[in-house]
Every structure is written in C-alpha cells, then in structure tokens.
Design a binder for this molecule. Structure first.
Ligand code: AMP
Ligand code: GLY
Length: 423
C-alpha cells in the first residue's frame, strides 16, 4: 500500500520511521517533508493547507491512504475533502478537530459533560473580561480561543500582568483574531503529562505516556516553544491514574463528541495535570504531539499501519496495541535565537550515532547537497534504554556528536518530576 504523510516536522519523521517498519507499506510520500524524511519518502512540494491542491494531487496519484498529522489542515477539513473524493484518510474531520482549534468549544464540552478541567469564564467583550480579571483569584491563566501555535496562553502571576495580557490579546490582537474570544482560567498546579490515544469513536486506546518541556531554557525558564524535548513514560502515572483518566476523562470525551455529532477518529491528545484534586484536562489536541511522538512511537511494538487502518475502518477494538519495556528520551537541537528570531541555512554535521538512536529531522533541508538548518527546532535525538536515566545519558551522548552554528539544547530533559511520587 502507498501512503502519503502530510507534514514536515519531527513528528512526521517519527510517523514515517514507524510506517517504514510495516511490511504492508510500499511507497511513502511526504508533503512537504524535510531532508531526513527525503531518505525514506518521496517529497511532494504542495502546500498542505491548500485543501483543493492536496486533493487534486491525491486524485491523480497512486496513494492508497493519507495520514494527516498537523493541526491546520485538520481544522481546515482536509480529511473531509479527501473522503469526499473517495480517498482513505487518517485524522479527525473538521467538526471533530474543533476540540483543538477552539478552546471555547473544548471548555464548554468539558463543562457540559462533567469532564474535570480548570474552572473558567469565556469573554468576547473586553470590558466584561477586564471587570472579571480585576477581582478574580491570582495567578490566573488567559487563553486566546483559536489556534495560536501553543503561544496563545499567558500565565499571569499578578493582577497587573493579567490586565496587560488581556489588553494584548483582545485590543492589540497580539495573537490575531485568535484573541477575539478569550478564556480566563483557574491556575492549576501539579506535574503535567501528555497522553495520546488512538480512537475510532467506539474504542479509545491510550498510548504510552510522555512529558514535554515547553520552555526554551533549563529549569523551565525562558520563552514558550513548540517543545524542547520529551521523555516517556511519566513515572508518576501508574495503573491507578490510568484507570482514573480512562473512566473520568477519555471515555467521557469520546462519548461527548459522539453525542455532539462530532465523532472523533484519529489521535486524540490529552494534555493533563495531576492536581491534588485529581487528574484534570489542560488541553486537547486533535493529533499526535510534537515532540511527544518522537518518544512514543519508538516504544510502539505494534504495526502502526494496522492501527491507522483499524481506526479508519472503526475496528480498533480488535487490535492489540503493545508497548516496549523501558524508556525513551528525546532532546531537541534548536537554532540559536529560537523561539524568536533565528538564522537558517547553517550546515549541520552529524557524527556516527549509536545504531539504535532515532534521529528525527524537524527543520532541515538540503542545499547544494549539504544538510542545512531550515527551522527553529532542527533535530530530535531520541534514545531508548532500560530507564529514563540511561536513555537520557544516551540521548545526550549522541546529541554531542551533532553540530551546527548557533545550535543549542536543554541539558535537563528527563530530570523533571524526579521528585514527584512514583506510582
Ligand atoms: P496549552 O496551550 O493550553 O497547553 O497551555 C500551555 C501551557 O500552559 C500548558 O502546558 C501548561 O503548562 C500551562 N497551563 C495551561 N493552562 C493552565 C492552567 N489552568 N493552570 C496552570 N497552567 C496552565
Ligand atoms: N508538544 C505539544 C504539542 O504538540 O502541542
């Protein structure tokens, strides 16, 4: 079978490396892919947010199955458009992808169906929001409603910060139209965990857990980024918590989406916090997380293509999804200056890496036959071992064999939550 993977980041490289292991996958295309992906897939240079152009390309190709991983084409209805043209595609339809693309929608869904999350109010009027923020409990969290690439969230430690943040979002439009509607949310505390799941709307199967590191610098300092590294599994997430999450969060979310006429098929990502009052939802995503996927998929011990097809055909309950023992750590190598201004086109040199280390290309391209940087997050170095400590040592030992001008990475991936009680 020939498969098209939509996207061009580390997450897509991880998906393609997993699909490559499937005996049933013949040829892989990637739209648009990157230099690492080019080694294992044929790159297709079509803008994947141009839905008509993608469908037109698939129509005349020999693709049997399309995997849509980035949030934008999902929110724009790429899966709906492909299906309307008789193509098989993995990912939620537009009406279900809204669970990520609108925080106002996801918060209302959780309230309506009693799914545990932070208390909140939604405003589309600046003066009303201001009145509320002048008296609400502090710290408080402000979230722009639309897709703002994970940057539309402000944690305000003082009232002054909250008022200034509200102005930035609603009046100065710092996040564009995403800030027309703002969710003002109770501040929660506790360790965070990402739990991705496969669901076909009838069955939901959690993947192995992982923890992201969103800040640019060590000790969670610096600016918010797309994610500077991950480890899997979360040591504080045992059977008891998994049961609580399945019963109180995952199944109720799947049923809620069905009841709303928005059946979700694809990867449903739960961003969770373990608070003293139990597990709560921080956010939903309608897709694989990045860089969570780079640690989760190397742990998968089942053919990913089988899972994708079972989701599309709504027979997920018949698939036995297994995970490897041990742990995996991913260290992201970033361009100097990221997440703000950074230069591209820096030549990358890669020494000999351990054979079992998985290198996920995120922002790389080929220029005059040379591997160069083309994005803020450039590479993810992913290592598997018996436990997180060993995996992190291996990931860092290999990261040191890679270099490019301005390269930087966090030195503390995998250390976080060490002091949190294990379960
Ligand atoms: P989100 O884009 O909703 O995932 O938010 C980005 C990050 O902000 C999350 O990963 C959390 O670390 C933090 N965050 C979001 N909502 C809250 C909240 N209610 N309380 C505390 N931290 C939060
Ligand atoms: N790593 C968080 C995300 O993919 O949104």
């Amino acid at each position: 079978m020939n498969v098209l993977v939509i996207g061009n980041g580390g997450r897509e490289h991880a998906v393609i490396q997993a699909l490559k292991k499937s005996p049933r996958v013949n040829k892989i295309y990637a739209m648009k892919g990157n230099a690492g992906i080019a080694d294992m897939a044929e790159l297709v240079n079509v803008d994947y947010c141009d839905i008509e152009a993608v469908v037109a390309w698939v129509d005349k190709s020999d693709v049997d199955f399309t995997v849509v991983t980035p949030d934008d084409p999902l929110a724009l209805g790429l899966v709906d458009a492909l299906e309307a043209h008789g193509h098989r595609a993995f990912g939620p339809k537009k009406c279900a992808a809204i669970i990520e693309s609108s925080k106002a929608f996801s918060k209302s869904l959780m309230k309506k169906y009693g799914i545990p999350t932070a208390a909140y109010e939604i405003f589309d009027d600046f003066n009303k929001a201001l009145e509320y923020v002048k008296t609400c409990e502090i710290p408080v969290v402000l979230k722009a409603d639309g897709l703002a690439l994970g940057k539309g969230v402000l944690i305000c430690k003082t009232r002054e910060e909250a008022i200034a943040g509200l102005k930035e979002m609603m009046l100065d439009k710092k996040f564009g139209t995403a800030g027309n509607t703002v969710v003002v949310e109770e501040f929660l505390e506790g360790p965070e965990v990402s739990v991705l799941s496969f669901t076909d709307g009838k069955t939901i199967v959690p993947m192995i857990t992982s923890c992201d590191h969103k800040r640019a610098l060590d000790n969670d300092e610096g600016l918010n980024t797309g994610g500077m590294g991950t480890f899997s599994p979360a040591p504080f997430y045992g059977e008891k918590t998994a049961k609580e999450v399945l019963e109180k969060i995952m199944l109720p979310t799947m049923y809620a989406m069905n009841a709303e006429g928005r059946t979700f098929k694809g990867v449903l990502y739960f961003g969770l916090m373990k608070t003293k009052n139990g597990m709560k939802v921080i956010e939903y995503n309608s897709r694989f997380g990045d860089p969570e996927t780079q640690v989760v998929l190397p742990m998968l011990d089942t053919d990913l293509m089988d899972v994708f097809e079972a989701v599309v055909d709504e027979r997920l309950e018949n698939v036995d999804i297994r995970w490897k023992e041990g742990a995996c750590v991913c260290v992201v190598l970033a361009s100097g200056g990221y997440p703000e201004h950074y230069e591209k086109g820096k030549e990358i040199t890669i020494g000999k890496l351990d054979e079992d280390v998985v290198l996920c290309h995120a922002g790389t391209s080929l220029k005059d036959g040379k591997l160069v940087t083309s994005g803020g997050r450039v590479l993810g170095v992913c290592a598997r071992a018996e436990n997180i400590d060993e995996a992190r040592k291996k990931a860092y030992a290999n990261a040191e064999r890679i270099s490019f001008d301005g390269m930087y990475y966090r030195k503390d991936i995998g250390i976080k939550y060490r002091d949190v009680e294990k379960e």
